[in-house]
Design a protein around this ligand. Structure first.
Ligand code: NA7
Length: 532
C-alpha cells in the first residue's frame, strides 16, 4: 500500500472505535481503510498489558451491541474483564467480521491535509504511504499517548524502566526484584497489589492519594450472563439513555436531603455492590461540596479500616480533591497491600521526588535502591493522539494551533474549518465520563449515518459552523463550571501534563441527554453543520 486513492474513508486506530467504524462503513458499501500504529488490533487493550490491567466497567456492559450473534457466542469469564480477555474479544471481532484485510498495521499516521477544491483528505504515514479519502475518522482513543516520565535522570538508571501504558508484550519477570511504582491512579492501583505478590520489595511513590472502591471481582456466573444476554436490548437501551451509561441505579435523592442513617445505608450498599456503583449515589455529590464531603469521609473511614498502620492510612487518604473529580479507582486488595512488610509507601508530598539515579529513586530525604522502575504516570489524555498528527484544514489551518488554548469541537465530533474530519469520543463529548463502548457505538453510528446522509443527498462535505462550535464549547465549559470537576488537578482538566491548557475536556451533561441532543441535531438536517 503506497498510494490509495479510491477510498471513502480513512479510519485512524484499530481499537473498539476503529473496528466498529470499519464494519459500519463496509455495511454501507463504502470503501475504508484502518491505519493502526501497533502490530495488532485492540487499541488501549493492545498497549496496556501491565500486571492487573482490567476494565472498571463490567464485562457484560463493556462489549459491542451491534451483533446479536457476537453477543451470544462470546463468553466473558469474570465480572470485570481482564486486559487479555478484552484483547482476545477484539481479535475475535476483527476475525469474525473479516476486518483484518482492510487494516494496515505497523502504520502510524503522521499527517492529514485537506484539499479544499475536492473536499478530500490526504493522509500520510510513517511507512511512506499516502491515502486519499473523502472522510477521515479519528478513532485514536482518549488515553493512548503515555505521558513521558517527568523525573530527571531516568536515562542514568542502571535497571529496567517500564511505563504501564507500554508494557512489554513478553511480560516482565519481577520475581525477586526490588520494584518502584511511581503513580497511584487507576493503573498504579490495579498493578500495585499484583506487583507486590511478585517482587521481593515494592516501594510505591505517591503524589496524590486517590479514592478507590473494591471491585469484588470474581467469576461470572454463566446463568446470570445468559439472563443478561437474553434481556440485553433493554439493558443496553437503559444504559444508553442514562446519565452515566453504567447499569447501576441512579439515586434521585441528594446526600443533604436524607437522614444520616439513610445516607450511611446508601453509601454502604454502593460500596458493598462494588466498583463504580458509587457513581450516581446522590444527585448533589458532584455539585455541592458539603454533599461530596459525605462521600469523601465515607471513603476515608474505609481506608482507615483497610490499612493497619494509622500513619500509612493517613498518607493514603485523599484530601486535596473532592471525590469523583479525579477518576474514581476500582481495586482488588489495593489498600491491604500496604499491610505487607515488603511494601513501603513514600508520600511525595512530604518528601518530593528529586531525580532518578543509577541505583534507584532519590527523594529529598533519601535514595530508594531498586531494580525496576514502573511509571504509572498516566497519559496525555483526550488531545494527545490527535495533536500528534499534523492536521491541516481550510486555509492551511493547523488543528494543533486551533487547539492551543484547549480543544474546540462541536459535540466532540466535528471541527470548524476541518470538513469531513470526525472525532470518535472527542473532547466535548461524554467520552471518558461514560462507558466507552456505549459512547463509541453512539458516535460511530452518528458519524456513519452522517456520511450516508451526504452520499444520499449528493453532498460532498460537512463541517460545523464556527458559531455552533463556539456555542458548544461555551456550553461544555458552563456545565463543567456548575460542577466540582474544575477543582481537581486531574487529567480531565489537562492538569497532569505540564503546560497543557486547563480546560475540562469531557462533556458532563450526561450520556443519555447528550445522545438525545446529537439525534435532534441530525434530525434537524444536521443543525450547526454547513453541508455543501
Ligand atoms: P492517571 O490517572 O493520570 O494517574 C497517574 C498517576 O501518576 C497519578 O497518581 C499521578 O499523580 C502520578 N504522577 C503523574 N506524574 C507524576 C510525576 N511526575 N511524579 C509523581 N507522580 C506522578 O493515569 P492512569 O494510567 O493510572 O489511569 C488513566 C486512566 O486509565 C484512568 O483514569 C482510567 O480511565 C483508565 P497526580 O494525581 O497527578 O498528582
Amino acid at each position: 500500500m503506497e498510494r490509495e486513492t479510491e477510498l471513502d474513508a480513512v479510519v485512524v486506530g484499530a481499537g473498539f472505535a476503529g473496528l466498529y467504524a470499519l464494519h459500519r462503513l463496509r455495511g454501507m458499501g463504502l470503501r475504508a481503510r484502518v491505519l493502526e500504529a501497533a502490530d495488532g488490533v485492540g487499541g488501549t487493550w493492545y498497549w496496556n498489558r501491565y500486571p492487573g490491567a482490567r476494565c472498571d466497567v463490567e464485562s457484560l456492559d463493556y462489549q459491542y451491541s451491534f451483533s446479536d450473534e457476537l453477543l451470544r457466542e462470546w463468553r466473558w469469564s469474570e465480572r470485570y474483564p481482564a486486559q487479555e480477555e478484552i484483547l482476545r474479544y477484539l481479535r475475535h471481532v476483527a476475525d469474525r467480521f473479516d476486518l483484518n484485510r482492510d487494516i494496515s498495521l505497523n502504520t502510524r499516521v503522521t499527517a492529514a491535509v485537506l484539499d479544499e477544491a475536492s473536499s478530500t483528505w490526504t493522509v500520510t504515514t510513517d511507512t511512506g504511504a499516502e491515502l486519499t479519502a473523502r472522510h477521515v475518522i479519528m478513532a485514536t482513543g482518549c488515553l493512548s499517548v503515555p505521558k513521558e516520565p517527568e523525573a530527571p535522570g531516568a536515562d542514568t538508571f542502571a535497571g529496567e524502566i517500564h511505563h504501564t501504558g507500554r508494557w512489554p508484550h513478553e511480560g516482565v519477570d519481577l520475581t525477586g526484584k526490588r520494584v518502584a511504582v511511581i503513580g497511584t491512579g487507576s493503573s498504579g492501583i490495579q498493578s500495585i497489589p499484583v506487583i507486590a505478590e511478585e517482587a521481593s520489595e515494592l516501594t510505591v511513590f505517591q503524589r496524590t492519594p486517590n479514592f478507590s472502591a473494591p471491585a469484588w471481582n470474581g467469576p461470572l456466573d454463566p446463568e446470570t450472563a445468559r439472563e443478561v444476554v437474553d434481556g440485553f436490548d433493554e439493558r443496553r437501551r437503559a444504559i444508553r439513555e442514562s446519565v452515566t451509561s453504567l447499569h447501576y441505579p441512579a439515586n434521585d435523592k441528594g446526600a443533604l436531603e436524607v437522614s444520616d442513617e439513610e445516607r450511611e445505608r446508601e453509601l454502604e450498599a454502593r460500596y458493598e455492590a462494588g466498583g463504580l456503583n458509587m457513581v450516581g449515589v446522590f444527585t448533589d455529590v458532584m455539585i455541592d461540596p458539603a454533599a461530596n464531603e459525605h462521600v469523601a469521609e465515607f471513603f476515608r473511614r474505609k481506608i482507615r479500616e483497610r490499612v493497619d498502620d494509622p500513619a500509612v492510612a493517613e498518607a493514603l487518604i485523599p484530601r486535596s480533591h473532592p471525590w469523583g473529580t479525579k477518576r474514581p479507582c476500582v481495586d482488588t486488595e489495593y489498600y491491604e497491600t500496604f499491610n505487607r512488610d515488603d511494601v513501603t509507601l513514600v508520600d511525595l508530598r512530604s518528601e518530593p521526588l528529586e531525580e532518578i539515579v543509577a541505583e534507584g529513586v532519590r527523594t529529598r530525604e533519601r535514595t530508594y535502591p531498586v531494580d525496576v522502575i514502573v511509571f504509572a504516570t498516566g497519559f496525555d489524555a483526550m488531545t494527545g493522539a490527535v495533536n500528534a498528527i499534523d492536521i491541516r484544514g481550510r486555509d492551511g489551518a493547523v488543528l494543533r494551533d486551533a487547539w492551543a488554548g484547549g480543544p474546540r469541537t462541536y459535540l466532540g465530533i466535528g471541527l470548524a474549518g476541518f470538513p469531513n474530519l470526525f472525532l470518535v469520543t472527542g473532547p466535548g463529548s461524554p467520552s471518558v465520563f461514560s462507558n466507552m463502548v456505549v459512547s463509541i457505538e453512539q458516535h460511530v453510528d452518528w458519524i456513519t449515518d452522517a456520511i450516508g446522509h451526504l452520499r444520499d443527498e449528493g453532498l460532498e462535505s460537512m463541517e460545523p459552523t464556527a458559531e455552533a462550535q463556539d456555542a458548544w464549547v461555551a456550553h461544555v465549559a458552563e456545565v463543567a463550571d456548575f460542577t466540582l470537576m474544575t477543582q481537581a488537578d486531574s487529567w480531565y482538566m489537562g492538569a497532569n501534563v505540564p503546560g497543557k491548557p486547563r480546560v475540562c475536556m469531557p462533556y458532563l451533561g450526561g450520556v443519555g441527554p447528550y445522545a438525545q441532543r446529537c439525534r435532534e441535531i441530525a434530525d434537524a438536517g444536521y443543525e450547526g453543520f454547513a453541508l455543501a
